[in-house]
Design a binder for this molecule. Structure first.
Ligand SMILES: CSC[C@@H](O)[C@@H](O)C(=O)COP(=O)(O)O
Ligand SMILES: [Zn+2]
Length: 258
């Protein structure tokens, strides 16, 4: 046994409220009240040093306990702790994509504002368009980009890419889907949450300054260098998305004509 071995349950037991296993639970309880993680949808994952803390799949995210958490070794992707009777969140590979790009926390919400904005952008600008907005004070809550200093300014344009959702019309046993996925023969109509990973990564590469990706008719992934930044960025973005929906109702433009 390695000298670094830690007993699995010790990985999630701490009296520190900032310990990731505790923090994920308190954050999700708050996010539930914002309508971000209702009906088991959405979630949050935290990277702390060489470990990733992940919630279980399909559970009421606002009622989770620290002992419900999975713990993964970041480098090897090996689970150091696996609660019985649960699977890790289907969003795990998407959270992981943010962690490999320097994030310390990634939040996935099913915010209705996010969903509505993906529909408004599609209707007005087409499927390939990003959400773009400028001259809103809250834009100053979003950093300029990875490796850049400071936040966007009032006159800067906030751009958030949008990817298509993957929805499973046909329910098949997971092993069957895994075989199809290995053969790269999985039809779009059979794709699952984890199959969003490649399009999320593509969007992350195409828009390296973005800290968020919208998912059409589904929600949004927002990440930040640490928990505090991920949370405040997600709050700023959700505020802007709600505002954008209200602006559209009033026929107010999101950007000035170029
Ligand atoms: C309401 S089901 C939503 C899921 O399909 C998924 O999109 C999601 O956000 C949560 O997945 P989960 O595996 O429960 O963490
Ligand atoms: Zn989701």
């Amino acid at each position: 046994m390695s000298t670094n071995y830690v007993e699995p349950d010790a990985l999630v037991h701490s009296s520190d409220p900032q310990h990731p296993a505790n923090h994920i639970c308190t954050l999700c309880a708050k996010f539930y009240n914002l309508g971000w993680v209702t009906g088991t949808g959405g979630g949050t994952s935290i990277r702390h040093e060489d470990k990733i803390y992940i919630a279980p799949s399909g559970v009421q995210k606002e009622l989770m306990q620290p002992t419900d958490m999975f713990v993964m070794d970041f480098a090897t992707k090996e689970y150091l702790r696996k609660p019985q009777f649960h699977k890790p969140s289907a969003c795990t590979p998407l959270f992981y994509a943010a962690f490999t790009r320097g994030a310390g926390c990634c939040i996935h919400t099913h915010s209705q504002w996010a969903v509505l904005v993906t529909l408004l952008v599609e209707r007005e600008f087409g499927k390939d368009a990003c959400f773009e907005i400028e001259c809103i004070e809250q834009i100053k809550g979003i950093p300029k980009g990875r490796g850049k200093t400071g936040n966007l300014g009032y006159y800067d344009t906030l751009k958030i890419p949008i990817i298509e959702n993957t929805a499973q019309y046909v329910s098949l046993p997971p092993f069957f889907l895994d075989i199809m996925l290995d053969c790269s023969r999985i039809p779009d109509a059979m794709k699952r949450e984890e199959d969003l990973t490649s399009s999320l990564e593509e969007a992350m590469e195409k828009y390296p300054d973005s800290y968020a990706v919208l998912v059409r008719r589904h929600g949004i992934y927002v990440w930040g260098d640490n928990v505090h930044k991920a949370k405040t960025q997600c709050e700023s973005i959700d505020y802007i998305l709600q505002l954008a929906v209200e602006m559209k109702k009033l026929n107010l433009p999101w950007t000035s004509p170029k």
